[in-house]
Every structure is written in C-alpha cells, then in structure tokens.
Ligand binder design. Structure first.
Ligand SMILES: Cc1ncc(C[n+]2csc(CCOP(=O)(O)OP(=O)(O)O)c2C)c(N)n1
Ligand SMILES: [Mg+2]
Length: 615
C-alpha cells in the first residue's frame, strides 16, 4: 500500500483539500476556507499544515471564535449547504467560544466543521494552560461541551483514528438529513504526530447532493389527502431553498392553485408578488397567511421544522378536521404535528406530487380568497413601511427604506431583536437568497459576522446587515474583518437604546419596564450615558454616518451602495411601536400569581389563548 508520512494536521488539511462538490456542472472545493484563531493548542500543529496548504485551502483570521463560526455558518446557508468552511481554535476559551455557534448550526441544520484544539492525549504536561480539569473523569475536556450541539463529535487521540473520523465527518456535513455541525477535537500533541497515511485517503472525491425519492405508499397517502382538500395551504421552509426547489414550488403552486405561506427560513422561495404567495406565517405572519391557516383543511409543510414561530405555538392551524402533510427529507421533521409523512427531498417530493395530482387544482373560490386577503395585506405593508417623516422612525419604516434601496438583488441579513419579526412580516423578497435570517437560534451577534459569510458566498450581491443596538453590542468585531478582507457590507444599525422587543414582550406579559431599555436598567450616573455607535463603527474601519429620519437614511443608503468599502449607517429609532397587523399568539407563560394587576390580566389573556393550542 502506497503511503505518505504526514502529521495528523497535515493529513486532515490534505483530506479536506481533496473534497469537491459538483454544482451546476462545475467542480468546486467543498471547503471554501478555514477560519482560524491560533493559540498553543493549534498554532504549531494545524497552523503549520494550513500555512503549507494556503494556496488551495485559504485560511482566514478572525477576531472572535464565535464570530468566525457565524461567518462560516452563514456562508454555508447562503451556499444552500452545498459548500462550507471549517473553523479551528485553540484549547479552552477559544474552543468554548464556538459552542454557541455550534448550537446555532445545529438548530438551523447547517454544516460547519469545527476543529477545536484539545489538551494532550498523553496527558504528560497536565494540567496545561487553559485545561479544564475534571477530577472524576480524565477523558473530559472543555470540548465535551460540544457533544450535545454536534451532529457528530469525536476526539482524535491516535493518528489512525483520523481516517474513519473524517470520513464520517464529511458524510454528516454533506448529508441532507444529518446535516449540522461536526466537531473533531484535536489534542495538540496528536496534531503534530506523524503517521504513514495511505495515499487513497487523499484521492480527489467529487460529491453530489443526495436527493431521496418519496416512498410509494407515503406518496399515495399524501396524494389522497391533497385530492380530497378544498382549502389547501403550503408552508414553505428552509428545506425548499436547500433542495433548490424554489422554482419548482412556485410552478407547483401555480399549477394547482395552492397558496404558499413562508417561514423565516423559507422566505423568498416565491417572489413576494407571485400570485400564490400569501406572505409569512405564524407569530410574525401576514394576516392573509394566518387567516388561511386558520381554515386550511390540508397543510402541505415543505422543508420546515415547524418551530413555534411558524405554528404560533401550535395555534395557527385552526381547522379541527385539518391535516398536515409533512414533506421533509428528515423523517424527524416529516411527522411533526401528527403529519402524514412524505419523506423525500423537497424537489423530488414536489415532482412526485405534481405527477400524481395531474390537473387537479384547488377550488377557484379558495384561490380568490387568498388573493383578496393578500391584496389587503399588501396595503398594510405599503402603509407600515412608508416614510412618515418621523425623527424617531419605527423599525418598519427603516426596513422599508432598506428594502427599496436593496432592490431585487440585495440580501438582507438579520438574526435577533424586533427586526426579524418586522422583516418576516414586511420585507419583500424578489428572488431566493435575498432574505437571510438566522431565526432558528435567533442569536444576537450573528448579524455582522453572518453578513461577512454571506458576502463571501455571494460576492456579486449587495449585503444589507440590519442590526439593533443590543445585538451590535453583543458582537461586532468581525466588521473589521470585512474591512480587511474587502468584503463589503452595508450595515444599518437601529439604535433604540435597548432591548426593544423584549421590553415590548415584558409589557405584553404584564411586567414592569425593567432591565431591557437602558433607561429602565440600573445606572448610577446622573445622566444615562449614550453609546456613540458611529464612532465605534468608524473605529472598526467602516465609512460611517449618523442620520436622522428615513429620508436621510434613503440618501445615505445610496452613498453606501456606491461605496467600494464597508459602509455603516446609524439611525435612532422608536423602541415602542411594532406592526400591529398580522401576527399570532406566541406561548410565553405568564405568572399564575402576582401582586401586579397587569400580570393578572395578562395571565387571563394567556390562559384563553392557551386553550386554542393544538395538542
Ligand atoms: C445571544 C442572545 N442573548 C439573548 C437573546 C434574547 N434576546 C432576543 S432579542 C433581544 C434584544 C435585542 O436587542 P436589539 O438588538 O437592540 O434589538 P431590539 O429588540 O431593540 O429591536 C434579546 C436580549 C438572544 N436572542 N440572543
Ligand atoms: Mg435595540
């Protein structure tokens, strides 16, 4: 057997470099790069290997391990999970900084290869700097924190373990069902250890996405359910995008006259003005989609996790005789809500349903009702997103200006705060990929780092990162990376001086204004200090301006678009209003007893709403 003597780190890098993916007839490297922050746990081993391979597998330097992992995850999402990145950290704090990002990737079913350094396999110098010593179990290290948030986890304690471990890692990362974060922990001594690896381990491999076909019996049952319906509704989730099924879904819906509602991850599957698009569904849904969901007798859920924001905590589907059909590549998701499962790739499943339905179409009255309701909703969107000339505009008015500036090709990126709800309701997406929301984990601090990853995946599209003051404060350091790497972002920072959405939620639950807006938090200065976000953004390297009002914002956005470099605009907004129209209940338990009458009243509303929850 022909072999080559390499360190574990060198073999790992060589194996990753040999992985390719076929995309639109083109062969491209599966791994677009490796994000790295070095420390003693990876600089000598992996650092040396990455340096040698830097022409084929580029290494990128970040400022925060969580941030770099966000960038990698956003890259994979924007690539429809077809291409991805790896992230390497040192042992200890650098490693556990990536745990939050691992959880984010796990929730969103997005591939990322995490390569945290680990403490010595030999244990010779223990305890090493940054080692978490577990007196009762010497096999435990800080990296065990990744176990519950990894789809595959391993620790490579001997060189030859690398081979089965990496093969499984790549399988998970490229598997439509298992897809999620993979953590391979690399003890720092093992990284540097050499072994005679078989040459076959480094043979070029080209992968194509696996597309499971539906089972014949499941398909028959789904077709029976659909043919018997008079009020069908499709819920489009992220799986539609990952399957590349957006155009197929648009055609399917049009041919069979079925209205389509979109989840956060699914938004943009159909153009906003496609005749079948009835907007978003759920807690942050359009009045049109939610009213249709209330009546629908069959809901075809395509590629969705059916998270609580989509199902309004299982209160949005109101028809007692209604039935879900779960078209999903993962059986785990396909059976949620007691659905009739149709386990398949979304595109293949839709094609099979299309063939089986023939020229069956939903009754015209139902289609007309959907369009009428959508006309009403479109007027709501127009009104909510129009400039009202306020010095402290609403989030909706700000996003209206950004949406107009973004045009058909711009991409909006966001993750947490009041914005995701407003964006889900109101943003008009012209084509797939234009709406990039991380709303599975809704992780504050994803926005800027995520925007960077999206820009790396879509260099020709203008990226509009919309971020609240709170989320910006949580993590902003990768902005400097976007400047350094000339990956231009347009950042719009909405400063409402606090956690506006949680303040509103607190209020809705009867709580006193407390610890959310900065003015309601503990401070000991005579005057509440303000944060100069424009100065901060400028310090990180962005061309920055502060504007007042939406008209000035629109002008600034034009300057931002013509800028070759990362451009940030700070605008003060009103923390209190949000779009009242549309939306649905969200299960957030209110205290059963309280001395506050507002809480008691909110509890009564809660109990009434809870009664509508489907069990
Ligand atoms: C990492 C993280 N911590 C806490 C939360 C809970 N949370 C959700 S939104 C939010 C406030 C966000 O503030 P900001 O970005 O200013 O947006 P706003 O609510 O003001 O629109 C908080 C604390 C979260 N989603 N993520
Ligand atoms: Mg805020």
């Amino acid at each position: 057997m022909a072999t080559v003597r390499l360190t574990v780190a060198q073999a790992l890098v060589k194996h990753l470099s040999a992985q390719f993916v076929e995309l639109d007839g083109q062969e491209l490297p599966l791994f677009a790069g490796v994000w790295a922050i070095f420390g003693h746990g990876n600089v000598a081993g992996l650092g040396e290997a990455l340096h040698a391979a830097r022409d084929t597998l580029p290494t990128y330097r970040a400022h925060n391990e969580q941030g770099m992992a966000h960038a990698a995850i956003a890259y994979a999402k924007a690539q429809g999970r077809r291409r991805m990145m790896a992230c390497t950290s040192s042992v200890g704090p650098g490693a556990v900084n990536m745990v939050t990002a691992a959880a984010l990737a796990h929730v969103n079913r997005l591939p990322v290869l995490l390569l945290p350094g680990d403490t010595f396999a030999t244990r010779a110098p223990d305890p090493v700097l940054q080692q978490v010593e577990q007196p009762g179990d010497f096999t435990v290290s800080a990296n065990d924190c990744f176990r519950p948030v990894s789809r595959f986890w391993d620790r490579v304690t001997r060189p030859e373990q690398l081979m089965p471990s990496l093969r499984r890692a790549i399988q998970v990362l490229t598997d439509p069902v298992d897809c999620g974060p993979v953590t391979l922990c690399l003890p720092q001594d093992v990284q540097a250890e050499a072994y005679d690896f078989p040459l076959s381990f480094f043979a070029k491999t080209v992968r194509r996405a696996r597309r499971p076909e539906p089972d014949r019996d499941e398909l028959a049952a789904a077709l029976t359910a659909l043919r018997g319906t008079s009020k069908p509704l499709i819920v489009a989730g992220g799986g539609v995008h990952y399957s590349g099924a957006c155009a197929a879904l648009a055609d399917f819906a049009a041919r069979h006259g079925i209205p389509v509602a979109e989840t956060q991850a699914g938004k943009g599957a159909l153009a906003w003005d496609h005749p079948c698009n009835v907007g978003s569904i759920g807690v942050t849904g359009s009045s049109a989609a939610n009213a249709l969901a209330e009546e629908a007798d069959v809901v075809l859920a395509v590629g969705t996790r059916l998270a609580d924001f989509t199902t309004a905590s299982w209160s949005v589907f109101g028809n007692p005789a209604g039935r879900l059909v779960g078209l999903n590549v993962a059986a785990f998701d396909a059976v949620k809500g007691d659905a009739l499962p149709l386990v398949a790739d979304a595109a293949r499943g839709l094609a099979a349903l299309d063939g089986g339905l023939g020229d069956w179409a939903a009754p015209t009255a139902w289609r007309a009702l959907a369009q009428e309701r959508m006309t009403v909703w479109n007027r709501v969107v127009d009104a909510a997103t129009a400039d009202a000339g306020l010095d402290l505009p609403t989030d909706a008015q700000v996003l209206g200006a950004v949406n107009r500036a973004a045009g058909e090709d711009g991409v909006v990126v966001c993750a947490a705060g009041g914005l995701p709800g407003e964006l889900h309701k109101l943003w008009r997406t012209a084509r797939p990929g234009g709406y990039h929301l991380e709303y599975g984990f809704s992780c504050m601090g994803y926005e800027i780092a995520g925007g960077l990853g999206v820009k790396m995946a879509c260099p020709d599209r203008e990226i509009f990162v919309m971020v609240g003051d709170g989320s910006y404060m949580m993590m902003n350091s990768e902005l400097a990376v976007s400047v350094m790497m000339k990956r231009k972002l347009v950042v719009v920072l909405l400063d409402n001086r606090g956690y506006g959405c949680i303040n509103r939620l607190q209020n809705a639950c009867g709580g006193a204004p407390f610890n959310n807006l900065l003015r309601d938090a503990h401070f000991e200065t005579d005057v509440l200090p303000t944060v100069d976000f424009a100065a901060h953004l400028r310090a990180l390297g962005a061309v920055t301006e502060q504007v007042t009002g939406v008209a000035a914002l629109s002008d600034a956005l034009e300057r931002a678009k013509s800028s070759p470099v990362t451009y940030a605009i700070v605008i003060n907004t009103d923390p209190l209003p949000s779009t009242k129209e549309g939306g649905a209940w969200w299960d957030v338990p209110v205290p059963e007893v309280s001395t506050r009458p507002e809480v008691t009243a909110a509890r009564a509303r809660y109990v009434a709403a809870k009664a509508r929850q489907r069990r």
